[in-house]
Write a protein that binds this ligand. Structure first.
Ligand code: PXP
Length: 252
């Protein structure tokens, strides 16, 4: 089958947010729903190319058991988002996800707020990248579209960067145009350094085409909008409508 122009990783964290809202204290209840695995399988059947989950230190949504279950049963790729802690690294080395995306993590944040400061913590990240890569996982750095962060990601041995599109998503007009220009420059530099260029955060069917000037995009990771749309139209249709918008991207 020909490889699509742009791949979609569906982040199912917020399916599990809903489950945890009711069943956090009753994880073994036969009524615990919605199922993370069922959501992942439905997203895959609808055309998702990978399943993304963030195993946070505070376990506010995805639980360890979810990650192991997904690893065992999904048919596409597993992308694990993680902060750089020994605890989560040990789990990741056991799970062997296809991809890991290293993210910053603060306990109080509602969601990942900014990119990872790769340039400021090269040695700590370099050893994590090596441990994961040696274990068969391709590693990405979730960074703001900042040229120093792109260079640092390449220098510590990451295979990919995921450009943080939160600022892009939260602005319109001239401010958004300026952010698109930063994203373009970061993508150009990353590509020239041999990095795969991914993007994610705050992307919706409404704002996505404004991102299309950014070259070299290989994969988008999208969660909140798809899960929100799924409440009204179902997960299958929500994945389909995102893929339909993504089909208009041209990488070069
Ligand atoms: N990529 C990364 C690294 C993230 O941390 C998140 C949020 O969990 C996403 C993508 C998805 O963002 P959203 O849920 O806004 O689509």
């Amino acid at each position: 089958m020909p490889q699509p122009n742009l791949l979609l990783g569906v982040n199912i964290d917020h399916v599990v947010t809903l489950r945890q809202a009711r069943y956090r204290t009753l994880p073994d209840s036969p009524n615990a729903e919605p199922s993370a695995l069922a959501a992942a399988l439905a997203a895959e059947a609808a055309g998702a190319h990978s399943i993304t989950v963030h195993l946070r230190a505070d376990r506010r949504h995805i639980q360890d058991a979810d990650v192991f279950l997904l690893r065992k049963h999904i048919g596409t790729k597993l992308n694990l988002e993680m902060g750089n802690t020994q605890e989560i690294l040990d789990i990741s080395l056991q799970v062997r996800p296809d991809f890991v995306c290293m993210v910053p993590e603060n306990r109080e944040e509602v969601t990942t707020e900014g990119g990872l400061d790769v340039a400021g913590q090269r040695e700590a990240l370099r050893s994590t990248v090596k441990a994961l890569s040696d274990n068969g996982t391709r590693v990405s750095m979730f960074i703001d579209p900042d040229l120093d962060q792109v260079r640092a990601s390449a220098e510590i041995g990451a295979a990919m960067v995921e450009l943080h599109t939160g600022t892009f998503a939260n602005h319109t007009g001239a401010e958004r145009d300026a952010e698109v220009a930063r994203l373009c420059a970061a993508a150009e530099l990353g590509h020239s350094l041999g990095l795969q260029i991914n993007a994610g955060h705050g992307l919706t069917t409404h704002n996505l085409t404004a991102l299309w000037p950014v070259p070299h995009l290989a994969e988008l990771n999208i969660g909140h909008h798809i899960v929100s749309r799924a409440v009204f139209i179902g997960l299958t249709a929500a994945v389909h409508e995102m893929l339909a918008v993504m089909a208009s991207y041209s990488r070069a």
